[in-house]
Structures are given as structure tokens and as C-alpha cells.
Design a protein around this ligand. Structure first.
Ligand SMILES: Cc1cc2nc3c(=O)[nH]c(=O)nc-3n(C[C@H](O)[C@H](O)[C@H](O)COP(=O)(O)OP(=O)(O)OC[C@H]3O[C@@H](n4cnc5c(N)ncnc54)[C@H](O)[C@@H]3O)c2cc1C
Length: 355
């Protein structure tokens, strides 16, 4: 029987699902962009480095996948239809793969949305940095994204004052050895570190924090990720954060003809716990669902184990933190050039893995 699979979202999870399902089934992929956005390299774009973004047509070549370049605006889950912008007729499906990912969360901090650059606007941040080469820049968020951005900017602009701010510890999620490596690198690059500093407002001249002002002409915001409202608005079962609740086959608990993959899904696995929002977790979900759909349905529950967390620390250095299968830190850390090479190899593999 010719079943029609519709995938919405062309990130790590959606493309991985579409290319695999499209080996055997008829698939329509709905996403607004014509080139894959490799989000994990957005900090490099901000620092002015060229980025290779393959076209979606190139990623989909040889697969039975039609790309409809549009944004999903509404889901009719009872009638199995996706409505899109641009006045098109709705697209009907037998099975839907929901892979709309996440976006930067501003946590209702006054002024944050208006006066800071999230990584979705990395190109605008790059242009602003080029225009205002004397302006200090402060990065809000001391997780991997913030650290990657701060180190990349400090290296690209050695004369500029670069600061990083976190409500807790910068690099606080890593092992003692990992944290030490992060702080040693920030220190070497001259990045000003503000820890236990909660940002309460953002304006044109910097940050107001619980511990005083931090002046900076340019603010970058990497605090955390949240999902968009479409799942909840459409009536898919979601948790308080709007993330779709799924069963052990990554099917919506309310609508089993809808699979949810990547950052949009709230996935909890036995012995592993709640999966983190990451390309490292999103892409394997896409592979799993795509393969299952190519075969006509999932036979084994989804499984996953963590291996490493990694990040770049500028152009020539990086950190690879080895973790247990449940993401718990170990004392094994690879830094320097080795860490950078491992990180770069993983990023390359991620793009190859889309097919
Ligand atoms: C700067 C940065 C660095 C990061 N670094 C790392 C890292 O080193 N390692 C790691 O594991 N993770 C990293 N992450 C997290 C990682 O990027 C995300 O977890 C990952 O992108 C999630 O993949 P996804 O496929 O679920 O969603 P996304 O990659 O966000 O893709 C979502 C897709 O949905 C599309 N879309 C959105 N709305 C609609 C709509 N209404 N209709 C149709 N399509 C829509 C988008 O256009 C996009 O194609 C980083 C994130 C950022 C921002």
C-alpha cells in the first residue's frame, strides 16, 4: 500500500528521518529553508568564518522525498492534514513526523529579545561585530553554546573586550577537569567571566544583573532552548514546556500516527533518563524513526546511550568530555588540538549522517 509520510522540519532529526524513510516510502518534507542550517556551527558564523551549508536538494538526492519549501502553520490531527503558509492547499498524510526543533528561550527577561542576538541571528551578530569593532561583547549563558561563542569571538577579535555571564558556573555541567580546561582557555583568551550573576534586564548598553551592571555595546544570548507552540496548539499531548510526550517508539502518546523526534520531543529512557536537547540526541531519533517507517513500522523500542560531550574552544582547541551512557561526567577529558580534531570530525560526521 502506498502510504504517504510527511516530515515537518529539516534539522538534524527531520532530515535524518526523511532520507531514511525515503529509501522505501513516499515522503514529503515541509520546511522553509533551502539549505540545511547546521546549528552547531552558528558560533563560527558569528565570528565571521565561512560555513558550508549543503542544499536540502543535495541532501535528499536519490531519495523519494519531495521538499515543500514552506512553514507548517496548523495541524489537523483528526483529518491528518498539515496547513502551511503561502496559501497552499493542506498536505494530507498517513504518518506525520514532527521535527520542528527548538529556539532560543529569553525567559521573559526584560529587553532580552529586543537587545540581544540569539544564535538564530548569528549572521546579524557577525555584521554588527564587523561594523562596531570597538564595542565590547557580552555572552549570556555559560553552557556549551555560550563558551563556544565567547572563545571563538575572543580569538577572532583579540583587541575587543569579551565577557561571559552565567547565573551558575560557566561550564558547570562538566567534570572538575573539564571545567578547569574551560576556565584555563577563557583566561588565556582574556575572556571576562561573571559567575553566579543573574541577568535581570538587557538594554542597548549592556546588562543589569542581580550583582550590578555589566556594560557592553553588544549582547549575545545563549541562555537555553525552548520549543515552539505548534504541538500544543494542535492538540498533541505535551508537557508543561510544550514538548510532545512520546511512547517508547517515539510516537505521540495522544496520536500514534504522529512520531515526534529531536528537540520537540520529551523523551525519557529507562536507565538513561530525560534526553537533553542536542544534535547528538536529535539525529539518532531521526534515523530510528526513518528506518522504522521505511520498514513499515517500529518493531523495537528506541534506545540511546551517551558517549561524549564536546565543544570547540576557538579555532585550534576543543574539549571532549567522556560521559557515561546516562550522560554522567567521567574524569576523562581530551583537550587542546586533540579535542578540537575530535569535535571537528563529529561535526563532519553529523552532516554526512543526514543521508
Ligand atoms: C549555537 C548552537 C550550538 C549548538 N551546539 C551543539 C553541539 O555542539 N552539540 C549538540 O549535540 N547540540 C548542539 N546544539 C543543539 C542542537 O543544535 C539542537 O539540539 C538541534 O538542532 C536539534 O535538532 P532538531 O532536528 O530537533 O531541530 P532543529 O535543528 O532546530 O531543526 C528544526 C527544523 O524545523 C524547521 N521549522 C521550524 N518551524 C517550522 C515550521 N513551523 N514549519 C516547518 N518547519 C519548521 C526549521 O526550519 C528546521 O529545519 C547547539 C545549538 C546551538 C543554537
Amino acid at each position: 500500500m502506498d502510504r504517504h509520510i510527511v516530515v515537518i522540519g529539516a534539522g538534524y532529526a527531520g532530515l535524518a528521518a526523511a532520507t531514511r524513510a525515503g529509501r522505501k516510502q513516499r515522503v514529503t518534507l515541509i520546511a522553509p529553508e533551502d539549505r540545511f542550517l547546521n546549528r552547531v556551527r552558528q558560533h563560527e558564523v558569528a565570528a565571521g568564518h565561512a560555513e558550508h551549508r549543503p542544499t536540502i536538494a543535495h541532501v535528499l538526492r536519490g531519495r523519494n522525498v519531495t521538499h515543500v519549501q514552506a512553514r507548517a502553520t496548523e495541524l489537523d490531527l483528526a483529518g491528518r492534514k498539515v496547513f502551511t503558509d503561502g496559501g497552499r492547499t493542506p498536505i494530507s498524510y498517513d504518518t506525520l513526523v514532527y521535527a520542528l526543533g527548538s529556539r532560543t528561550a529569553f525567559h521573559s527577561v526584560p529587553g532580552a529579545r529586543e537587545h540581544s542576538y540569539p544564535m538564530e541571528r548569528a549572521e546579524e551578530l557577525r555584521d554588527r561585530l564587523r561594523r562596531q569593532d570597538d564595542a565590547a561583547v557580552v555572552v549570556v549563558g555559560g553552557g556549551a553554546t555560550g563558551i563556544e561563542l565567547a572563545t571563538e569571538l575572543a580569538e577572532a577579535y583579540p583587541e575587543r573586550r569579551v565577557a561571559i555571564v552565567d547565573a551558575g558556573e560557566v561550564g558547570g555541567r562538566y567534570s572538575a577537569k573539564g571545567r578547569a580546561l574551560v576556565h584555563e582557555t577563557l583566561g588565556r583568551l582574556g575572556v571576562e567571566v561573571h559567575e553566579h550573576t543573574e541577568v535581570t534586564a538587557v538594554d542597548d548598553e549592556g546588562l543589569t544583573t542581580a550583582s550590578g551592571r555589566i556594560e557592553a555595546g553588544i549582547v549575545a544570548w545563549t541562555a537555553s532552548l525552548e520549543v515552539g507552540p505548534l504541538a500544543a496548539q494542535s492538540g498533541l499531548a505535551v508537557n508543561e514546556q510544550g514538548e510532545a510526550l512520546v511512547d517508547e517508539y517515539l510516537r505521540s502518546v495522544s496520536h500514534p500516527d504522529v512520531y515526534v523526534v529531536g528537540d520537540a520531543a520529551a523523551v525519557t529512557l529507562p536507565g538513561i533518563g530525560r534526553l537533553r536537547k542536542a544534535c547528538a540526541t536529535a539525529q539518532p531519533m531521526g534515523w530510528y524513526v526513518g528506518r522504522a517507517l521505511a520498514r513499515g513500522g517500529a518493531s523495537k523500542p528506541y534506545t540511546y546511550r551517551y558517549v561524549v560531550q564536546c565543544m570547540s574552544l576557538g579555532r585550534n582547541s576543543g574539549m571532549v568530555q567522556v560521559v557515561g551512557k546516562d550522560d554522567a561526567m567521567t574524569g576523562r577529558v581530551f583537550g587542546g588540538r586533540t579535542g578540537r580534531l575530535i569535535k571537528a570530525a563529529i561535526v563532519r560526521y553529523v552532516v554526512l549522517g543526514l543521508r
